[in-house]
Design a protein around this ligand. Sequence first.
Ligand SMILES: [Cu+2]
Length: 305
Amino acid sequence: MIALSRAKLFSACLSLAVLAAAGCGKKSGEAAATAPADDRRALTGTVISLSAERGTALVDHEEIPGYMPRMTMEFRVTPGDLKVLREGLRIRGKMYELSGDYYLEEIWPVDPAAERIVQTAGQALRQDTVTRGASPYREVGEFLPDFALYDQDGKVVQITQLRGRQIVLNFIFTRCPDAKMCPATVMKMMQLQAMAREAGVADLELVSITLDPEYDTPGVLRDYADSRGIDTSNYHFLTGPERAIKDMLAQLGVLVFQNGPLLQHTLATVLIDPRGKIVHRVDGSEWRAEDFAGRLRRAEGPKTP
Ligand SMILES: [Cu+2]
């Protein structure tokens, strides 16, 4: 198990060397120079069975050219991935071997029907972003563009499915090391969730889209939510194709830029009304849950006695 955490740490550091978070302002502080070369190998396969006790997935994987023939083998996976995976699911991921154990990470579901939805929505979003020209940014009063991404359970969420509900949306990433940025924002989203519940607002959906989709797979988002005790019944952590996320960032006026090894980003939180219109926006990390809670409309449906 020590080997596991060390391997995890190394692979995290390795990615941090490329993407260490800032803006989010600080360096990770990890000695990325000591990380080994990336010897992970891309793999595609089908989940045969899962073992929660062992923390493993048995996968029938295709040939890995020059490394391994097609075979069924057991991989260690994170608790989050264990929840995302299910028997019969096609997946792609990256495997590596350490001290005789095999590990699988960067796991994505490969479901043709789901991929078609995400791709089609991504193409429409791309077209829309291009059509909007040099400044695709949508102001308060405009509609949120349509998009489809994967949530923390690996399921597709189309924003059109949430029409008719009030949405509070922003962007975060799980490796953000600056407590005042993404971690604080997620905490405020949780506060907002609790406030809305207390106020009897039953149609609130919270959405945090990752701005680091390469690292933030559905399983990583699941682990992130679980480690914070987040109720994901109406809080969706979304990830998916980088292109689609970049288009969403552009349309919502959130900047992400690489500063040497650091990933820096701005922050914006928007409220979307049930028709899909952006009705409120606060830039920066200083937004308040109370402010958004106070703007939520209560359902005017028939009251139950
Ligand atoms: Cu951040």
